[in-house]
Every structure is written in C-alpha cells, then in structure tokens.
Design a protein. Structure first.
Length: 400
C-alpha cells in the first residue's frame, strides 16, 4: 500500500458518517481509517459540549497532474517545430511558403492548447499570477503570524472560491471572515476530571516546562479550589536529574502534596495502588526526551504504560515557540503514548501563534491548557478559541 507518509492524523465530528464525508471530500477516498473512539466536542468559544467521534487515519499518495510541466512540454514541442521549419532548404522553404495554409491550422491548434494549459496553470498555481490586494494583505497577515504554507494556501483558496471580485474590494469583510475560519479550525477540549483518583500525566521534550505545568495544574485543582478540599499525590519517574526531583519536591512542599519517585512500571503501579484511596488526583511527571531519542521514549513508555486504567489522561506538552515542522515531528514521535490532548507552554515568549493553530488544524488535535509564565500557581489557563485568536498579531487592524 502506497502511503503519503506514516503520520497518523485525526478528525472529529458529530458522527462517523460526518467524518467520512469530510474525508471523502478532502482526500477522495485516498486515506485509510486506523481507529475510532467516542469524544466530547466543544463548540466555538467552548461554551457548549456535545458528544462526538474521532477517526484516526493515514493519507494515501494521491496522483496529481502537473499543468505547468505539461505547459513546458508543449512549449518545447513548439520550439522544436519552429526549429525544423527554420532549417529547411530554400527549396523546402519555398514549398512551405506556398503550402503555408496547410501548416497554419496546425500552429493555431497548438497555440490553442498552450493557451488552455496556461489558463489551467493559472487556476492551479494562482500565486504566480496577479493577486488581488485584499488576498495579498491576508497572505502577509498569515505569514507574519507564522501560519504554515499549507494552512495559508487553504485560506487563500477558500477566499478565491467564496468571494466575488466586488466583495474582495471590502478588505474588512474579507479579514473578518478569515478570522472566523481560523477560529473554526481550532479545536479545544476543556479538562474534565470526574473519576477518583484521576491520573494525569504530562509528556514532552526537554525544556518545555512539564514540571512547572504539573505544579500549576495541581495547585488549581487542590489549593485554589476552595469549594471542596481535594488531595493529590505526585509521582516522578525522572530519577536521573536531581534538580528536577528537587524542583517538584519544592512545589509539593509548598502545596502540601507528597512527592515520590518511581523507577519501573511495577513500582509506578504499586504507588498508584497505595495512594488511590486517599487522594483525588495522581500526577505523573516524566523525563524530557528528544523526539529523535527512540530508545528513551520506548523505555519511558514501558514505565508509564497504564492504558488499561480508565482514569488515565495524558497531555503532550509543547512550547509555543517551536516551529510548525518541529511540532509535527514531536507529535509523531510521542504518538506512542496515545496522548489525549495538548498543553502549549511559554506563550509569553512568542508573538506568533500561527504555528500552533496550523498544527491543531492539520492534526485535528485538541488543546486543553496554555501557560504564559513561570509563576506557580498563576500563569496557566484553560485553552479557548478566543484567547488564541486574540493573540494574532495585527488582528485588530482588519477594520482599517
């Protein structure tokens, strides 16, 4: 089976039939469904929650006809034809001149084909031709906010297909519609912890702030929740970095939360069983691993494997300043942990969120938390569409 790549993508919808219709429309059946599961969907701004389904799939290689290549071949053919005419002997030239009425229809036909291919190429690759000023401004806006090329191309195509030339002259209207499309492409999933004990694990590369983020979430669910006093326990499997253990222990002492170290899967399971009846939340802090360090990732997977436990939630933690391509590589490498949603950290350290929105749209993954600084327990909030859209640079200049 020829596959475009081995990245497992996902799509969410109200029903499986809705998802399949979208996939057929986008890929024309050039895909393969890998798995299905029931999920909770959040509407625009996250105000309404409904039940839905998530399909995970792989895109197959789709054959494409290259109009520009065909155009080049036609031009080469035309040049060869003209060259053959020019090298004829005088006698042959005279013959051709006398019989030019027989050659002209062929040349006219050839030129007609070239014109058709030029028009087709213009539709296929409009960026190489004249661009309406409103579309150019939108492209500049998307580039400034570091949206991926594929995301920007999709927005441009949508503008061309849905706006008339007259409507394109109204830039404010175009800009407002683009913002609504961007908002619709963002999937957020509000955290919901309804089981006891709720096991919450964070995974991700080194330096993204997993330990600090665990402390923030723990504080919000225990210390800051004055409605009813909740208890928690933190287990770290990062036994290599002494500084990491000292850091999480300091946070635990501040919040009156005990911290222990697990060195194996059996050890982790025993500790969970030990504290399960006395706490509401168990947090698991993991080792930061490079997405290219397959051995470390697999070793960590062996230690933390608890997927038969229905109380288990895993968040992949990514830094907001990570490039789009690197984000996808990290998500691909960490897919073996079957993470449920994303946490984006360090939003205060970047001015661009287009990379984040592009990845969420391309992978159909949900976002649950964002962090905006080092302060514990502050600088963390539940993710929202409105927050990400508000962070788009120059997003208030649409009415100019």
């Amino acid at each position: 089976m020829d596959l475009k790549n081995d990245i497992v993508l996902s799509l969410r919808g109200k029903t499986e039939e809705d998802c399949i219709k979208k996939l057929n429309k986008k890929y024309d059946k050039n895909y393969e469904i890998m798995s299905r599961k029931a999920v909770t969907l959040s509407s625009f701004l996250g105000l309404i929650k409904t039940s839905g389904v998530e399909l995970r799939y792989i895109e197959k290689e789709k054959p494409r006809f290259d109009f520009l290549e065909a155009l080049n071949r036609q031009n080469e053919y035309q040049q060869r034809t003209q060259s053959q005419v020019q090298v004829q002997s005088p006698k042959q030239e005279q013959s051709l001149s006398i019989g030019s009425e027989n050659i002209q229809p062929q040349l006219d036909s050839l030129l007609e084909k070239v014109s058709f291919l030029e028009a087709s190429a213009k539709q296929t690759n409009p960026s190489s031709f004249d661009i309406h000023p409103s579309i150019k401004k939108i492209q500049d806006f998307l580039e400034k906010n570091e949206f991926s090329p594929s995301y920007s191309s999709a927005i441009t195509h949508k503008i061309r297909s849905e706006f008339s030339l007259d409507d394109l002259d109204n830039y404010a209207k175009v800009y407002e519609r683009v913002l609504s499309w961007i908002a619709d492409s963002i999937l957020v999933e509000k955290p919901s912890y309804n089981t006891k004990p709720q096991i919450i694990m964070l995974v991700g590369p080194t330096g993204v702030g997993k330990t600090t983020t665990i402390a923030k979430i723990a504080a919000h669910l225990t210390v800051l929740d004055t409605s009813q006093r909740k208890r928690a326990h933190i287990i770290t499997i990062d036994k290599v970095r002494i500084a990491a253990i000292e850091q999480i222990e300091a946070y635990g002492k501040y919040m009156d939360i005990a911290v222990t170290v697990a060195t194996s899967n059996n050890d982790l399971r025993n500790q969970i069983d030990k504290y399960a009846s006395s706490v509401d939340y168990i947090f698991i802090d993991t080792v930061g691993a490079s997405p290219s360090d397959t051995k470390l990732l697999l070793n960590m997977k062996d230690i933390v494997y608890l997927r038969e436990n229905n109380n288990f939630i895993t968040y992949l933690t990514l830094s907001a300043s990570t490039k789009n391509r690197d984000m996808k590589d990290i998500m691909k490498s960490y897919a073996l942990f079957d993470y449920d949603s994303l946490i984006i950290t360090k939003l205060d350290e970047t001015k661009s969120v287009g990379n984040i929105i592009s990845v969420l749209s391309d992978t159909q993954k949900t976002l649950s938390y964002i962090t905006t600084g080092q302060s514990v327990p502050r600088n963390i909030e539940i993710a929202s569409v409105a927050k990400l859209v508000s962070l788009l640079e120059d997003e208030k200049q649409g009415s100019m």
